[in-house]
Design a protein around this ligand. Structure first.
Ligand code: COA
Length: 176
C-alpha cells in the first residue's frame, strides 16, 4: 500500500472570462443605461431617438452585456445597422453590416466581453444578406484596432477628418 495522496481539488479557471457575464438583446428599457455607458466611454454621443431607431430596425444585433453579480447592471453594448450602396452595375444594392458603436465600461474591460458581443451580434446582422462587415475606428484607438484585428477585420483605407475633432479613421472590413 502506498502512502495516501492528499486530495487536492483541481481549480478550473475559465480562460473565457466573459462567461461571467450575460449577453442578451437590448430592450427599450435598457436604452438609458446603454446611453450612460456610451457617454462615459466614447466621445461620440447620439440622441435617444437614434438608439431607438437602431433598436427598432435591427433588434437582433443590438446586444447588451450585463453583470449578474451586480444587479444585472449593463456594462457594455453593441449595435449595428445595414448600409446599402449601389453596385457598379447598379442592378442591385450591396448591403454591408456597419458597426455603429461598441463600448465596455472601464471596470469591465479585458474580460473578452467585447469579443463576445461581436461574435454573437455578427451572425445576427449577417442574416440581412450582407457582403461584409465594416466599421470606422480612430487611428489612435489601439485597443479597439487590436480587438477588430483579432476578429480578422483588415484596414481597407483611411478616412481623413472622419471625426468631429478632425481625427482620421481606419475603415476596417471583414468579408462574410
Ligand atoms: C475597445 C473595447 C470595446 C474593448 O473591450 P474589451 O471587452 O476590453 O475587449 P476584449 O476583452 O474582448 O479584448 C479582446 C482583445 O482586444 C485587444 N485589446 C482589448 N483591449 C486592449 C488594450 N487595452 N490594449 C491592447 N489590446 C487590447 C486584445 O487583443 C484583447 O485580447 P486579449 O485580452 O486576449 O489580449 C473597450 O476598450 C472600450 O469600450 N473602449 C472604449 C470604447 C471604444 O473605443 N469603442 C470602439 C469604438 S470604434
Amino acid at each position: 500500500m502506498g502512502t495516501e495522496k492528499q486530495f487536492k481539488p483541481k481549480i478550473y479557471t475559465d480562460p473565457d472570462k466573459s462567461s461571467d457575464f450575460v449577453i442578451r438583446r437590448c430592450t427599450t428599457k435598457d436604452l438609458d443605461a446603454v446611453i450612460e455607458v456610451n457617454e462615459a466611454e466614447l466621445p461620440e454621443d447620439y440622441p435617444y431617438f437614434f438608439y431607438k431607431s437602431i433598436l427598432d430596425h435591427y433588434p437582433e444585433s443590438f446586444l447588451v452585456a450585463t453583470d449578474p453579480h451586480n444587479k444585472n447592471k449593463i456594462v457594455g453594448y453593441i449595435m449595428w445597422r445595414i448600409e446599402k450602396t449601389p453596385t457598379l452595375s447598379n442592378l442591385r444594392l450591396d448591403k454591408k453590416g456597419h458597426l455603429v458603436s461598441i463600448a465596455i465600461s472601464q471596470d469591465y474591460r479585458r474580460k473578452r466581453i467585447a469579443t463576445k458581443l461581436l461574435k454573437k451580434s455578427m451572425p445576427a446582422i449577417r442574416t440581412n444578406g450582407i457582403s461584409s462587415y465594416v466599421l470606422e475606428v480612430r487611428i489612435s484607438n489601439y485597443s479597439a484596432i487590436e480587438l477588430y484585428k483579432k476578429l480578422d477585420f483588415k484596414v481597407d483605407r483611411i478616412k481623413e477628418n472622419y471625426y468631429r475633432d478632425g481625427e482620421n479613421a481606419y475603415y476596417m472590413v471583414k468579408k462574410v
